[in-house]
Design a protein around this ligand. Structure first.
Ligand SMILES: Cc1ncc(COP(=O)(O)O)c(C=O)c1O
Length: 357
């Protein structure tokens, strides 16, 4: 894994433990994005070749993210973020006043924002229960469950029993895809929304959305446009694209953004995903143990890549660590510090964090 580490320039300087916010960028990804921008600057963006290049990159990226999700490429939409994917799914349910969505009491604004919009604009009721108890908490008005696959707070996992529910399950996979081994079929979810910029080290403004084939027709494509229509030339009679591409947001992803996402994915792919997941989980577990051994109050967690501990001065601690070249984050309102551990990290990063504390 030393070879993987060498692909990320920032790691020469920073103990980078914040992929839960944005992953480190491999040099190859910066070069791939720059090459696309150079091509556009020198060759223009008007011709068929430019359009074909974007289509080619989007197709390759859709296939790459599908492999990470464990599904077919046609079941994946390319979005702009996890939040975007959650919003696409929730608005596509076409809920009515009095319908209820069940969620957990520890969700990120990426879920809470779209839920708040449903509540305020559609009169949908939002009910919360602890993540671990969600599968038993559905009620007669529950129309869907939406929650994290991996909690952004403590790295705990959504209960496996969610996969057995007979209401749609929408998972926020921002801390899942790229971080832990993933198989959406085995999870039994209907929708899985993820981010490109976190554990896949891609650009900000890129995400992916899995929609189970059996669920596709039950989800309305509420925002349609050139990229999500099968035959946009047919005007008002144009049909939605046959696969999950019908949920692609109505904005063309730029070639530089797509090339960054693809090159970053390929750097990790080259290291082998089993090895990537195993090393990150092992290093994270080791950090949790070392923190606890030094008296820190580490939150109970699962075998994931996030480690959070209590600190009444979490904001000051995160800033102090940043000054010492250690990138972690505090979680609002400021009583938890969280480290994100990736396969690109090594023991020296953990040591720098522990000694700077
Ligand atoms: C659990 C969770 N959901 C959603 C998000 C938001 O991700 P995005 O910026 O891709 O919408 C984050 C991180 O910022 C997160 O940790």
């Amino acid at each position: 894994m030393d070879a993987l580490r060498d692909r990320f320039p920032v790691l020469a300087r920073v103990a980078y433990l914040n992929a839960g916010t944005c992953g480190p960028v491999p040099a190859a990804a910066a070069e791939a994005a720059a090459a696309e921008l150079r091509r556009e600057a020198e060759g223009g963006r008007a011709g068929l070749a430019h359009f074909e290049r974007r289509t080619e990159l989007a197709g390759a990226l859709r296939a790459a993210y599908a492999a990470r999700l464990g599904c077919a490429a046609e079941d994946v939409a390319l979005t702009s973020s996890t939040t975007d994917g959650v919003a696409i799914a929730l608005s596509g349910l076409e809920l009515e006043p009095g319908d209820e969505i069940l969620t957990s009491d520890s969700e990120h604004p990426g879920v809470l924002g779209p839920l708040q919009a449903l509540r305020d604009l559609r009169g949908v009721r939002v009910r919360m229960a602890p993540l671990a108890e969600l599968a038993e908490a559905t009620g007669p008005r529950t129309r869907a469950v939406v929650c994290s696959h991996v909690s952004w707070v403590d790295g705990s996992l959504a209960p496996a029993a969610l996969g057995q529910l007979d209401v749609p399950v929408i998972l926020d996979g921002a801390q899942g895809i790229g971080a832990v081994a993933l198989d959406v079929g085995a999870l039994g979810c209907d929708v899985y929304a993820g981010s490109g910029q976190k554990w896949l080290c891609g650009p900000e403004g890129l995400g992916m959305l899995y929609v189970a084939p059996a669920f596709r027709e039950r989800l309305a494509a509420t925002r349609r446009g050139f990229v999500s229509l099968e035959d946009p030339g047919a005007g008002l009679d144009a049909r939605p694209a046959p696969g999950a591409r019908r949920f692609d947001p109505p904005a063309n992803h730029g070639a530089a953004l797509l090339a960054h996402g693809l090159a970053a994915h390929d750097v990790l792919d080259g290291a082998g995903w089993d090895a990537v997941h195993e090393r990150a989980a092992a290093l994270a577990a080791r950090l949790a143990d070392e923190l606890a051994a030094r008296g820190h109050d580490v939150l109970p967690r699962a075998r994931t890549t996030l480690v959070a501990w209590r600190d009444p001065d979490a904001v000051a601690t995160a800033h102090r660590l940043a000054e010492r070249g250690v990138a972690v984050r505090y979680l609002p309102p400021g009583e938890l510090v969280r480290a994100s551990v990736g396969a690109w990290n090594d023991e020296s990063d953990l040591e720098r964090l522990l000694s700077a504390l």
